[in-house]
Design a protein around this ligand. Structure first.
Ligand SMILES: *[C@@H]1O[C@H](CO)[C@@H](O)[C@H](O)[C@H]1NC(C)=O
Ligand SMILES: *[C@@H]1O[C@H](CO)[C@@H](O)[C@H](O)[C@H]1NC(C)=O
Ligand SMILES: *[C@@H]1O[C@H](CO)[C@@H](O)[C@H](O)[C@H]1NC(C)=O
Ligand SMILES: *[C@@H]1O[C@H](CO)[C@@H](O)[C@H](O)[C@H]1NC(C)=O
Ligand SMILES: *[C@@H]1O[C@H](CO)[C@@H](O)[C@H](O)[C@H]1NC(C)=O
Length: 634
């Protein structure tokens, strides 16, 4: 191995002495296949980069994170563009505010960071449906990530909007984007459809021109590299600290015998799923392996450098042996924490980078201040089922059999299915999801009394009681669509009938719920409160709670803990902070960005608790996160 490293170092040195001079004013970025490196303005170039996702960070903090990455000694960042974040409704595009990609590119450019852009269309990223818009599923049996004509048409339309915005930002055109990735880890997908990759290559070339370096990234097996690579797209690999660097780059060499060595995703940490142990990767292992790769002259992107947060409903999910949803925090045990704070891992990485390139002088910017605002008491607003006029003003859709979220054109969040008990059930009677069709969790009440839940892959039967004609409410939660593997056609809602004893439940009234719209519009403080009897107050099942955090002149970052609450969703001042589920863990606190808080007006907290609030009805604002406490089964 030592001999191998020395040879590669020599190759790298050779590269820096042989290559030609910069023709003044001429910008170029290319691959030098003779000397196994990139060339920037005709000079040898190697990137030391970190991943950051603008969609997981409030715009207010973009610059802060970018400066910290620059001060670590990085010369580039790697950025995903999540299609579903920009085209939430088919044909309607949003590039403003937290979605202002060009502003992000501009900030990176001003900070002195080059960009490796990953526009997908599929990105994985542990992001809802791997970045694909869920409206694609409105075509039954669509084959995503293939040459399926409807899929390709949607991709072409999207790239026809996105890529012309990107073109002026290419380095060769005066911007900072040095390379552009085509698809993502396509070799891990079952389809292995070269017609699809060829179509994408043609689109990228048409909109971005012939000169930009296009590349692919694949996992570190021959199968993945075989299905994920295509002529004209430079093949790179991704691997973490559990791999052997020499062997991993040898695999890249089998597909790219010449050219720069590139690890496009060197894992600094890992993601968490609800119910699993908190993941982490040792800082020493990360810095040691980074040094090993840089010694070989390799280009490295650290995934993630700053993870951020899956706000709202943007978390993805995996489906290997069973459905496992990704938690709200995307801290990732990355060098910059979820709240953007430098960690020991960052300092260790900076010490390594120092040995290979000059890092900017001056101190690392400090952590942003945090504040423990303390306890806030919430009060119950009402049960969700008594607030349907507020969330579903147009009323329900009637259907003999249940319809899915995608058929109802509500893609995210929660939807209520209502029917009546066909007969008296004096004995506990099984309510069954025989085909495992609850995607992903169903909270069941009879005549307003909460009876329990069904959960995809885990709880397929529960007992209920009641009388003929009683109302059955089934609130279904979409917990985020699968983002990886062959099961990304992840329809939500009730995908198949529910069976009660021996009866198929039919004649549904299905209420789409625009909870976020109501809360953004000022509910519950703008009215719509229901009168609550003491009995209503302590009922369990899906219900809303609200309270105010009084302003104290401070709007610092804080962490919201819902101790003894079970599972649900939280909003502050209209912003959806994401899901909480302390009963499963490992995440116990939600990140609250300081700029969201008002220093002068009461800050409105709204909680949708799905199973049952604790008697104390309190939430706690702390000055530190808690992401590592996994409870037993809840
Ligand atoms: C576009 O996205 C921004 C940032 O998330 C949001 O504030 C704005 O309301 C969105 N615009 C529309 C028309 O949905
Ligand atoms: C990027 O920054 C450089 C200098 O820092 C500037 O010359 C260039 O115009 C910027 N590019 C764009 C597209 O703003
Ligand atoms: C990595 O693999 C190479 C080649 O198979 C081997 O010589 C070397 O010992 C391995 N390194 C480690 C750290 O296991
Ligand atoms: C349903 O009730 C029956 C009869 O009381 C009981 O035997 C069974 O264990 C219950 N099933 C569940 C899933 O609670
Ligand atoms: C969880 O993380 C905190 C802060 O990072 C640490 O102090 C604590 O020891 C960790 N707990 C466990 C159980 O790992």
């Amino acid at each position: 191995m030592a001999a191998g490293i020395i040879r590669l170092v020599l190759v790298n040195l050779a590269c820096s002495t042989i290559c030609g001079n910069l023709v003044s004013g001429y910008r170029s970025f290319s691959i030098d296949y003779t000397n196994n490196c990139f060339l920037k303005d005709e000079k040898p170039f190697r990137f030391i980069s970190g991943s950051i996702h603008y969609s997981r960070i409030p715009q207010y903090y973009w610059q802060d994170r970018l400066v910290k990455m620059y001060m670590t000694g990085l010369n580039a960042i790697q950025v995903y563009v999540p299609w579903n974040f920009h085209e939430t409704v088919q044909g309607v595009y949003n590039f403003t505010g937290d979605r202002d990609l060009e502003h992000f590119l501009d900030l990176a450019n001003k900070t002195g960071l080059l960009v490796i852009l990953r526009p997908g269309p599929y990105i994985c990223a542990e992001w809802e449906m791997g970045g694909l818009p869920a409206w694609l599923l409105q075509k039954p049996n669509i084959i995503l990530r293939s040459a399926d004509t409807d899929y390709l048409q949607a991709v072409s339309n999207w790239f026809g909007v996105l890529l012309p915005k990107i073109r002026p930002w290419l380095y060769i055109n005066g911007g900072n984007i040095i390379t552009v990735q085509v698809e993502n880890e396509y070799g891990s997908y079952f389809a292995c459809d070269y017609n699809y990759l060829r179509h994408l290559r043609a689109l990228f070339r048409f909109f971005l021109g012939e000169d930009v370096v296009l590349f692919t990234t694949d996992g570190n097996t021959d199968r993945e590299l075989t299905c994920g690579t295509l002529e004209g797209l430079y093949a790179t690999v991704d691997f973490g600290t559990n791999n052997n660097v020499t062997e991993a780059f040898q695999r890249q060499r089998r597909f790219e015998p010449r050219g720069p060595l590139v690890n496009s995703e060197f894992y600094t940490g890992w993601l968490d799923h609800w119910g699993d142990q908190h993941a982490g990767v040792d800082a020493q292992k990360v810095s040691r392996m980074l040094a090993e790769m840089l010694t070989m002259g390799a280009n490295v992107n650290m995934y993630m450098f700053e993870g951020g947060t899956n706000f709202g409903y943007w978390n993805g999910a995996d489906h290997d042996t069973r459905f496992r949803s990704v938690v709200t925090s995307y801290d990732y045990d990355a060098p910059l924490s979820e709240a953007g704070d430098p960690t020991q891992k960052l300092l260790a990485i900076r010490d390594v980078i120092k040995q290979f390139r000059d890092i900017p002088p001056g101190p690392m910017p400090p952590a942003t201040p945090k504040f423990a605002y303390g306890f806030v008491k919430l009060t119950k607003v009402g049960d969700l089922s008594s607030l349907l006029n507020t969330f579903s003003p147009l009323g329900p859709v009637k259907s003999h059999y249940p319809l899915m979220f995608e058929e109802m054109k509500q893609l995210y969040g929660y939807m209520l299915y209502r029917t009546m008990l066909p007969r008296d059930l004096s004995q506990p009677t099984p309510l069954i999801s025989p085909l495992n069709g609850v995607h992903d969790r169903a909270y069941v009440s009879v005549n307003g009394v909460y009876q329990g839940l069904l959960e995809r892959d885990i709880v397929l039967v529960m007992n209920i009681t009641g009388k003929q004609g009683h109302t059955v409410d089934v609130l279904v939660e979409n917990m985020g669509r699968v983002n990886f593997g062959s099961k990304i056609n992840d329809y939500k809602g009730l995908l198949s009938n529910l069976i009660l004893g021996i009866d198929v439940l039919t004649d549904w009234r299905i209420y789409p719920l625009d909870i976020d719209g109501a809360i953004a519009g000022g509910w519950p403080h703008s009215g719509g409160r229901s009168f609550l009897t003491p009995q209503d107050q302590c009922r369990s099942g899906p219900a809303f709670y609200t309270g105010t955090l009084q302003p104290n002149g401070i709007a610092w970052d804080t962490f919201l803990k819902l101790k003894d609450w079970v599972k649900g969703q939280v909003w502050i001042n209209g912003m959806n902070l994401g899901r909480y589920w302390p009963a499963r863990g490992p995440q116990q606190t939600l990140y609250v960005p300081g700029p969201l808080l008002s220093t002068t007006m009461p800050n409105i907290i709204t909680v949708l608790e799905l199973e049952g609030a604790p008697a104390h009805q309190q939430v706690l604002f702390m000055d530190r996160p808690q992401l590592n406490v996994t409870a037993g089964k809840s």
